[in-house]
Design a protein around this ligand. Structure first.
Ligand SMILES: Cc1ncc(COP(=O)(O)O)c(C=O)c1O
Length: 417
């Protein structure tokens, strides 16, 4: 049994002294006085006991809830046989999870490169595309978000790359507006771009939906100009959209598909970059060219396999449809009462963005939700949109309580304007 022999104030002080003073202070200043204590299912608790309904889920990491008992059991069983393993050798865990990923993803992709974090998985995607095309340039979407490691951070907003002088050499990483095909073509037509990296529905940008035909057209442009299409499915994969991968809604067969967060079950970090035969070219020439000691840890592979299995169960798919519809109906009802403030709902399955009228409105709603026992976070790159990310396994009772609390929160935030 872990002894929790430390008080909340002490944790906050140690966090300021030894962990990350800026981050710790920022949340306090924003009125979010939270230090994580207990967590179970779709609830998280402050060390002082305040309970929050978790609608953040760390971007889908807790898709199956916190401490999902089936996932924990799989990990406990794995502890009887495995540890991290030796990343050089083939192993039962890696072989089985790679096959399960290959079979559950679009037919265009096949081989899996394992990692520990989404950013690492994106880096691997770019490396594969560069190897396959012998081109260096990469195109991504303005306000897209792919993480913070060496290559991934260069794809994103200057807020994250700038402080670390990581924008890349001039012209190497180009960003174009979302839903703008002319800009995309303009970026690709010189036939010098290795890959386009694109979130199926950009999360940190507040889940704007791709316009009819947009993603399919981007893929066609990629094919025309010899560029690979990398689908970042870190937040849109694993049944959150109502299909296993968000990209399936848009008829795109990617050259590379990246999954992370939820694959871990929130229990053991594991990520996957699933690549086409073409993008996997380096594996046949020098399979040791890309290495990650912890990527594909055998314990994590067991967890990942269990997660994939749960996500694809017919009853889970049905539940996602139910929760998506039920919450949409409830939120639309609330929206009608506050229609000059709560102006839109962006949705693909349980991937949802609640749109408010003005910049920073979603910060106010986040605080009001917090006061009413709901944790949902504003979109860092569009502060009028609140990311609203329900889990796959919610039931009606939870949804009813959630809607009631959200209505109170929106009422309070709207009144304060
Ligand atoms: C769409 C997307 N891609 C990549 C990442 C990076 O994942 P990680 O934080 O595990 O490195 C994130 C993280 O939030 C993400 O939302």
């Amino acid at each position: 049994m872990i002894k929790l022999d430390i008080g909340k104030e002490e944790v906050l002080q140690k966090s300021i002294d030894w962990w990350n003073p800026g981050k710790t202070r920022q949340w306090q200043e924003d009125g979010i006085d939270f230090v994580m204590g207990k967590r179970e299912g779709y609830y998280i608790y402050d060390m002082h006991g305040k309970r929050l309904m978790d609608l953040h889920l760390n971007g889908g990491t807790f898709n199956l809830g916190h401490r999902n008992q089936e996932v924990i059991q799989a990990l406990k069983d794995a502890f009887d046989e495995f540890d991290i393993g030796n990343h050089h050798f083939p192993s039962i865990g890696r072989a089985k999870l790679a096959e399960a990923l290959g079979r559950s993803t679009p037919k265009s992709v096949r081989y899996t490169i394992f990692g520990c974090g989404g950013s690492e998985a994106i880096d691997a995607a770019i490396k594969c595309a560069r190897y396959a095309t012998k081109r260096k340039k990469v195109v991504s979407i303005q306000n897209g978000y792919h993480g913070h490691s060496g290559l991934a951070v260069s794809l994103g907003h200057i807020r994250y790359s700038g402080p670390f002088l990581s924008q890349g050499e001039p012209g190497l990483f180009k960003q174009v507006p979302f839903n703008d095909l002319a800009a995309m073509e303009n970026a690709l037509y010189e036939e010098d771009v290795a890959c386009v990296v694109i979130e199926t529905v950009p999360a940190t940008y507040g889940f704007p939906l791709p316009e009819e035909g947009y993603l399919k057209k981007v893929k066609e442009l990629c094919e025309r100009y010899g560029t690979l299409y990398v689908a970042d499915e870190v937040q849109t994969g694993l049944m959150r959209s109502g299909k296993m991968w968000g990209i399936e809604h848009y008829g795109v067969d990617p050259d590379i598909l990246v999954t992370a967060k939820g694959l871990s079950g929130g229990i053991y970090p594991i990520t996957a970059t699933v690549v086409s035969e073409h993008a996997a070219g380096w594996m046949n020439e020098d399979g040791l060219a890309h290495i990650s000691t912890f990527g594909g840890a055998e314990l994590g592979c067991v967890v990942g396999e269990k997660v994939l299995e749960i996500c694809q169960r017919p009853e889970v798919v049905k539940n996602v449809e139910y929760v998506s519809r039920y919450l949409r109906t409830g939120l639309e009802r609330i929206r009608q009462n506050y229609s000059d403030y709560f102006i839109g709902i962006r949705q693909l399955g349980v991937i949802m963005g609640l749109e408010f009228r003005e910049k920073d409105d979603a910060k106010d709603v986040m605080r009001a939700f917090y006061d009413n026992g709901v944790w949902a976070i504003y979109s860092m790159l569009d502060t009028k949109v609140l990311q609203f990310k329900p889990g796959l396994l919610l039931d009606k009772t939870y949804c009813d309580e959630l809607l009631e609390r959200c209505e109170k929160g929106i009422k309070e935030a709207a009144r304060k304007r």
